[in-house]
Design a protein around this ligand. Sequence first.
Ligand code: GLN
Length: 535
Amino acid sequence: MTKFIFITGGVVSGIGKGISGASIGRLLKDKGFSVFMQKFDPYLNVDPGTMSPYQHGEVFVTKDGAETDLDLGHYERFIDEELTQKSSITTGRIYSSVIKKERRGDYDGATVQVIPHITDEIKKAVYDVAKESEADIIITEIGGTIGDIESLPFIEAIRQVHAENVKEDVLFIHTTLVPTIPGSDELKTKPTQHSFKELMSLGIKTNIIITRSDGYLTDDIKDKISLFCDVPKQAIVQSENVNLIYEVPLTFKKQGLDEYILHKLDLKAKKDHDNQWEDMVKRFKCADKPLNIGLVGKYTELHDAYLSVANALLDAGYENGHIVEIQWIDSSKISEVNYKEKLSGLDGIIVPGGFGRRGLEGMVLASRYARETNTPFFGICLGMQMAVVDIARNVIGHTDAHTTECNPDTTNPVIDMIESKKNVEDLGSTLRLGNYECRLKDGTKIKEMYGVDEIVERHRHRYEVNNAYIEQLEENGVVISGINEERGLVEAIELKDHPHFVACQFHPEFTSRPTKIHPLFNGFIKKSIENKDNR
Ligand code: GLN
């Protein structure tokens, strides 16, 4: 018997629906239930893979290669489960599937309509994960805000899920903002009341209301929401403004939300409460020493574009007693003239992933600076590619070395697209996505950090190290420390004579968890701390 929890948002977007969902997932997991999470995004893109980071922030990649909304990163970090393609459903994906079926004649001549055909397809996305994941509880977040035209089919579909199941199996949670009027600190419940009414007009009566506000939700305010929105007072929970987002599950628990959900779903806890999460929060909050990490990238004015990288850095810092202060350094503003000044004073330098030509030279200079000054360096995906370009240019002496992503005519294409992927027109299908195996070389830093021979990591890139240059790289101090043997691809490199210059083609940030720090982030942070302490 699967239980379904649907989370909707009211009043405004950006009030932490994703974190609320992830926190509830964590609390239920701590009660011994298996949990699977899912996000519905009402936009028409089939997935966010082709959207600009400025539009959508980071594209999170699942093990099976789905390019998804960044909320899936929160889900995975909080519930520590690997999610799949089925966790990320957009209007575009639903429509393209229905239209494919219509063209194939699957609908037997029927007029294909939003209700029932689109709503059936949405419900199928919910029921399919219930069947495949075999989880006790499926938590589905509906993106957007109640009142949006584009989310209506999703709302109608979840209303139908409620109608088709017994009432103990389906729970609705509505998250809203309780604002204050500028200049006064009086909390106003009217927007929540309106949002509740709007939901009711769509046939959904929420069971629980989670509020965000600047002030503390007093008993009076709770009474008011309870009266107007017809939910018991204990079903009104405040999502407090916390310093560390991992505290959110604990504040929910303090208000009894986990017990109330179990009561509404007619469930009994399967085990005594697990303290792993609380212990982690306690440990993290003890961190007190600063650590300066420079993040050199092209989307630095939009921190959400590097959400998982930032989380992995902060978490690794906390775990090692340090508060990581990320210096967001715009790579397009770094030049030969100013790079030493821009990059000085950092305890470690990270160059994360990215696409396109803007800002590449700054990343090459970041690699060069880290090499020349023995600063710990961590390159991820594009970060590794630009480190290879730097070494090819400034150590080997191929002054025009480049990636063909930026300069297709370079005489030294040290980073290139593999042959089989050339001449494919559809941008979405040329990427190497999701899990691939990698064998680590004995005696390397990376192997020491992982402590195993074989790893599996998630990828999202089109270009690779050009194998024609491996020999020259090796002759010039580079160790090819990880390879994908099946395809003969370079997956990780490091420098022999450097305290910590490590780069990988895959994305370790997607699998780092607050309760299980990724070894590459842990290793990089440890070396950065060492660097700081020795200076
Ligand atoms: N743009 C590079 C490629 O496609 C790197 C991608 C990334 O950093 N995710 O190979």
